[in-house]
Write a protein of this length. Structure first.
Length: 188
């Protein structure tokens, strides 16, 4: 099974410290590199972590407070100067898109890549392996929490399953949850 890699690029609260950046978490799974929030200084954090900025596929913004978004215009500027030529998706809470568009006008260059900003709630992105969900939070300004959910796939040794002749159905989901089951007098 493919592993999820999580890089904590920024874990300070409102103010960066010498050792901790404002918000930014990178979730890497399969071909996706999803950045959650984009605090000031995020580019340096990528460099320190030796991760190429061009790998970013999506950015999830929780809300518009500066410690979560001030890194965005610098990041986009760098992507524009580099060879980033794919579509970058930025997701944000309902009521934030206009702010974001105005904010990104500052220092804006002609874009060499495609930028798509979407206000989201509920399930908003899905692949065959995982999906993303947004849930509204209370924080004095439109705010989302995000769920990254890997779809439920059987993580059971198929050879052992065949040997034990256990039929598919509710027993399998119990085994997957790590529970012990009894089938035809045998204990698994
Ligand atoms: Zn805030």
């Amino acid at each position: 099974m493919d592993k999820i890699k999580i890089n904590f690029l920024g874990t300070a609260a409102q103010i960066p410290t010498a050792k901790r950046n404002t918000s930014g978490i990178l979730i890497t799974y399969k071909n996706e590199n999803i950045l959650v929030d984009c605090g000031e200084g995020i580019q340096r954090q990528f460099r320190k972590a030796k991760i190429n900025l061009g790998k970013i596929t999506r950015i999830l913004l929780t809300h518009k407070h500066g410690d979560h978004v001030f890194g965005l215009s610098g990041l986009l500027s760098t992507l524009n100067f580099s060879d980033y030529r794919k579509t970058l998706y930025i997701y944000c809470p309902k009521g934030m898109k206009k702010f974001l568009e105005d904010f990104l006008k500052a220092g804006k260059f002609e874009e060499n890549y495609s930028l798509k900003i979407q206000e989201v709630s509920g399930k908003f992105f899905e692949t065959e392996d995982f999906y993303l969900e947004a849930e509204k939070m209370e924080h004095g300004t439109p705010t989302n929490a995000y769920n990254f959910i890997i779809k439920n796939k059987l993580r059971i040794d198929k050879k052992k399953l065949a040997k034990a002749k256990i039929p598919s159905g509710p027993l399998l989901s119990k085994i997957q949850q790590g529970k012990n089951v009894t089938y035809e007098g045998k204990y698994f």
